[in-house]
Design a protein around this ligand. Structure first.
Ligand SMILES: [Zn+2]
Length: 230
């Protein structure tokens, strides 16, 4: 990301600073404070230019095929000839950027999740305990990503479990994992029954995660993602 890119986090910080600067920039309207701080901190003439730069960053995420646009960040596919679709995309994209900023991670989108799941099942049928373990974790990663994706869309990602806790709870009911591999994973992650309802793989909407193992989970997710793309 080059220095001219304006992120969601930059905008959020600027809006907060403009609110807080009532006393340090007296006599200015909120809009004027936005302009002043934007030009002081982001090498732009004013807030409007900062917004334009932010929008250029969003545009760079879009793969365009005629009127059909697909966002590589938030996964939305939309009709660019429909103003309402643009609006829907802007809202969804912002949710993803906010979640990605705080979580340090964004879930893979549908096609990629299906690919990872397929790979996982293939590995579970291959030779060797190590392969089985990686395969089971790949399928769990695809389930986790689908669950987190839904939580971001509902703006409840702050409650969603990190990967380690998710696996712990998912292992309580994971009939797709052969029993020998499951035993190994339970030794590694632990097991918590009764959190994710039987037969489901989504983190329950109203449940707040219990553990704050973000760093450990991130490390694990990065390792799994690179295993799945190798
Ligand atoms: Zn997007």
């Amino acid at each position: 990301m080059d220095h001219t890119t304006i992120t969601w986090a930059d905008l959020a910080r600027l809006k907060k600073a403009a609110k807080a600067a009532k006393s340090t920039l007296p006599g200015l309207s909120h809009a004027q404070r936005l302009d002043t701080l934007a030009s002081a901190n982001h090498r732009v003439r004013n807030y409007h230019e900062m917004l334009k730069r932010y929008e250029a960053g969003i545009d760079a995420c879009l793969v365009k095929d005629g009127v059909l646009h697909t966002c590589m960040l938030c996964g939305l596919q939309f009709d660019s000839s429909e103003p309402d679709d643009w609006k829907q995309h802007a809202q969804r994209h912002e949710l993803y950027e906010e979640a990605g900023f705080y979580l340090g991670y964004l879930p893979s989108q549908y096609a990629e999740r299906e690919r990872i799941k397929k790979l996982g099942y293939k590995l579970m049928q291959a030779e060797g305990e190590h392969q089985h373990r990686d395969g089971a974790l790949a399928v769990l990663l695809a389930h986790f990503d689908r669950s987190l994706d839904a939580a971001i869309l509902d703006n409840r990602w702050r409650q969603h479990a990190y990967f380690e806790e998710y696996v712990q709870c998912a292992l309580a009911d994971a009939p797709f994992i052969p029993s020998g591999v499951k035993r190994l994973l339970v030794q590694e992650f632990g097991e918590r029954a009764g959190v994710i309802p039987k037969g489901q793989s989504y983190w329950p909407p109203d449940l707040v995660r219990q553990t704050a193992d973000r760093a450990a989970s991130l490390k694990r997710l990065q390792a799994l993602r690179s295993m799945a793309t190798a």
